[in-house]
Design a protein around this ligand. Structure first.
Ligand code: PLP
Length: 419
């Protein structure tokens, strides 16, 4: 707080634009930290929340249920791959991951096994609570907390770029190395590994690092062969981000558990779900309550959040060409605006996400000082673009349109010329 710039005060927002108190309009190129998908203050979601608030604002979700929660569960389960058929509500991405980790641990306990090992990936980010920090030890934020965290096995993440292989291992080799590392951990820890946890297709906070669907298929094979669980943390990738409804549907890989949050309510209210297969669900059934999963939050399945999520899901389906066609738009604009910028490397695209690194003597990492400098200059150019270290990325609301998205690319191009 001693050194931070004063925060910008936002008065209102509409579509892809924020309006500041001083009247400036800022183009939200990162969906307000990846949550907004239909644009800000969408009138239909606002109306759905208002209607719900007049009917039922909140009720205990133990021993009680309600229409918005049931309807949302039905809609999502219908859209997700077949074995995913039960869901556990909580209220943010970190808790969705906590729930998955606790379920995985108890899943084996309920079968009289103790498995305390989890496999995760370098760069992986899964939230800020203690369990999700533990599984996210591949990200650079938690050094100070490491004495508090449970230990995990970290595997290299096989990143893929447009110019794959240039100056490094080819993607096939990176994938082989990662798979070999996982097999080694499994061989050395027979019947001790509970689950592999991954952000499928795109690691968000690590700098929009992307992997191929082939790699996810390999993970699925390994977890099936070795009787372990596969957890997809789709908190960021869910709801159209990767150009399909979910990374699971895009890659054709169905995990045993899948965590959703961020875009779920269209960016209006906090809500999350941990979806599980029948196999996981059934392991918690018994007649004495010994296998019960004791976990709940005060606002579990809040009806207002569920009503927002149902409306957001309808809008997503009505406008699916927006997220399905955005990758082509990104590619077109990137090649038009950024082709000449030699300081950009490792360009990559996945659905609604574009990312690249700026060549920097400080190296490629989250604490690169370019981040703060660029963030400020982008705001001066009217764009909310918030680099992750020297990674520049765009992840706009799906309604942004070609004209506004062009402004974002033009801002990047101008800034690079000025650097
Ligand atoms: C943001 C994020 C989380 C944490 O979600 P919160 O709602 O911020 O707690 C977890 N996993 C991934 C992949 C995320 O991007």
């Amino acid at each position: 707080m001693l050194t931070a710039e004063p925060p910008l005060k936002v008065r209102s927002a509409e579509g892809a634009y924020l309006e500041l108190e001083d009247g400036r309009k800022i183009l939200d190129c990162i969906s307000s930290w990846w949550v907004n998908i239909h644009g800000h203050a969408h009138p239909e979601i606002a109306a759905a929340i208002y209607r719900q608030a007049q009917e039922l604002e909140q009720v205990i979700f133990a021993g009680f249920t309600h229409e918005p929660a049931e309807k949302l569960a039905e809609l999502l389960i219908e859209a997700l791959p077949e074995p995913l058929s039960h869901m556990f509500f909580s209220d943010n991405g970190s808790t969705a991951v906590e729930v998955a980790l606790k379920l995985a641990f108890q899943y084996y306990q309920n079968q009289k096994e103790t498995r305390r090992k989890f496999i995760a990936f370098e760069g992986g980010y899964h939230g800020d609570t203690v369990g999700s920090m533990s599984i996210g030890q591949g990200s650079p934020f938690w050094k100070k907390f490491s004495p508090l965290l449970f230990s995990i096995e970290l595997i290299p993440f096989p990143c893929t770029y447009e110019d794959n292989g240039e100056g490094g291992d080819s993607i096939e080799i990176k994938e082989k190395l990662a798979i070999a590392a996982i097999k080694k951990v499994i061989a050395e820890n027979k019947k001790q590994v509970a689950a592999i946890c991954i952000e499928p297709l795109v690691q968000g906070a690590a700098g929009m690092r992307m992997c191929r669907p082939e790699f996810l298929r390999n993970l699925k094979e390994i977890t099936e062969e070795n009787d372990m669980l596969l957890i997809f943390d789709e908190v960021m990738t869910g709801f159209g981000r990767t150009g399909d409804f979910f990374a699971a549907t895009k890659s054709g890989v169905c995990p045993d558990m899948l965590c959703l949050s961020k875009g779920i309510t269209g960016g209006f209210l906090p809500l999350s779900v941990t979806v599980t297969s029948n196999l996981v669900f059934d392991a918690f059934l018994d007649s004495h309550g010994e296998k019960t999963f004791y976990h709940g939050h005060s606002y579990t399945a809040n009806p207002l959040a569920c009503a927002a999520a149902i409306k957001s899901w309808q809008l997503l389906n009505e406008n699916k060409e927006q997220f399905q066609t955005m990758e082509a738009l990104h590619r077109k604009l990137a090649s038009y605006y950024l082709a000449g910028h030699k300081s950009l490397k490792q360009r990559r695209f996945c659905g609604t996400i574009f990312a690249c690194e700026i060549e920097s003597p400080e190296g490629d990492h989250y604490f690169n000082s370019l981040s703060a400098v660029l963030k400020k200059r982008f705001i001066e150019k009217g764009c909310l673009i918030r680099p992750l270290g020297n990674t520049i990325y765009l992840m706009p609301p799906y309604c942004i349109g070609e004209e506004a998205l062009s402004k974002a690319y033009a801002a990047i191009s101008d800034l690079l010329s000025e650097l």
